[in-house]
Design a protein around this ligand. Sequence first.
Ligand SMILES: NC(=O)c1ccc[n+]([C@@H]2O[C@H](COP(=O)([O-])OP(=O)(O)OC[C@H]3O[C@@H](n4cnc5c(N)ncnc54)[C@H](OP(=O)(O)O)[C@@H]3O)[C@@H](O)[C@H]2O)c1
Length: 223
Amino acid sequence: MKPKRLVMFSESLLAGVSAKPESIVRSSSVLIAMPPVLNAIVAVCPDLGIGNNGNLPWHPVRLHNEFKHFRKMTTTSPVPGKQNVVIMGRKTWFSIPEKNRPLGNRINIVLSRTCKTAPPGAHYLAADFSSALRLVNKELADQVGQVWIIGGSSLYKEMLETPGTKRRLFVTQILKQFECDTFLPEINVNKFQKLPEFPGVSKELQEENGIQYRFEVYESTEQ
Ligand SMILES: NC(=O)c1ccc[n+]([C@@H]2O[C@H](COP(=O)([O-])OP(=O)(O)OC[C@H]3O[C@@H](n4cnc5c(N)ncnc54)[C@H](OP(=O)(O)O)[C@@H]3O)[C@@H](O)[C@H]2O)c1
């Protein structure tokens, strides 16, 4: 049944959503400022698998153009002179090859309940999701363009379930199944809709190293 979930998700109807400059949400009994749009990006297998053994499911195969898409989406800031933020869990941070950490031209925030200081190379450490958003919206407010959640499972879950702002999920649907031990949480098909197109995101079927995939963008229907 798992593959059906994403299919159902793809079939959501499009409805208009208006943006708010900033909104406030209550989380863990404190009021936090939310960015106008919370973005997340993920590449998923048909069963919603996103990782295996601390790596991408298709490791050691590399999908260079898929990675370029990730880099372009997360790096391109809408505001000249400002950098985007990437927020990730500790395991995702350590799944990035050391030579590529921190992710370039982006402010890297790592979430951990156990780390006492930011892992070497990371720009900031946050003890929970709300603290990371507070950091972005208060201390870093003048420097930040967009906010991107880049994994893993629990961060996607928090992003998908955090009301109070428009949320966009950029999905690469990998059209081949690989063994997975880490999954994208189930998505509420009533709360997200697939956009027919999005600037800078190709609608064409992609193929690399014999693996086909598609780029898709989903947007929350409520804020
Ligand atoms: N396909 C994709 O697009 C994609 C994207 C990202 C990652 N991945 C894959 O997914 C796997 C890693 O993801 P994962 O889900 O296993 O781990 P993860 O979310 O990257 O990291 C989990 C750790 O992050 C910290 N953490 C998570 N949520 C937190 C919160 N709300 N507050 C404070 N700390 C929090 C905790 O660290 P402490 O234990 O230190 O407290 C937790 O143990 C790898 O296989 C990676 O390759 C795939």
